[in-house]
Write a protein that binds this ligand. Structure first.
Ligand SMILES: [Zn+2]
Length: 141
């Protein structure tokens, strides 16, 4: 990814800890024919969920962090054992079959985004969970 430091206001992405940014009603929720943003179970806040099954390698969305205030990337949660990965073109693709209504996740450490120096305790529940996600290394100006 070749994101140079964006100069305009960055969306707040405090998805683990502060739900404030996800409770604003003036920003349309993310949805298209492939996925939708819905409130996840427990305290995870919102997430991106599949509206239909995806076969392995299916295109989910093109990485775009800056075009609108709320993009699919903004509501896609981290997992240490994700079901989706970004390819070399910045397209998020399913890494294994994804079922309808399954949450779509990717690995924040494998695909760090400069605008979001994540640093949080992980609650992804994966057997291989790293426990703490610190993607801030080298990402700050
Ligand atoms: Zn984890």
């Amino acid at each position: 990814m070749s994101a140079s430091s964006p100069s305009r206001r960055e969306p707040q992405l405090e998805r683990d800890g502060s739900p404030d940014a996800n409770e604003r009603s003036d920003v349309p929720k993310v949805a298209d024919e492939h996925y939708e943003e819905i409130e996840g179970p427990g305290s995870k806040g919102v997430g991106l969920f599949a509206k239909h099954p995806f076969a392995t390698g299916s295109r989910i969305y093109q990485l775009d962090y800056w075009s609108r205030e709320r993009m699919p990337i903004h509501v896609t949660n981290h997992s240490c054992d994700p079901n989706a990965v970004f390819d070399e073109h910045g397209v998020l693709r399913s890494a294994r079959p994804i079922e309808e209504r399954e949450e779509i996740t990717y690995d924040y450490l494998r695909h760090p985004i400069p605008a979001s120096p994540w640093n949080f305790e992980c609650e992804c529940g994966a057997a291989r969970c790293r426990g703490w996600i610190d993607a801030s290394g080298g990402a700050r100006p």
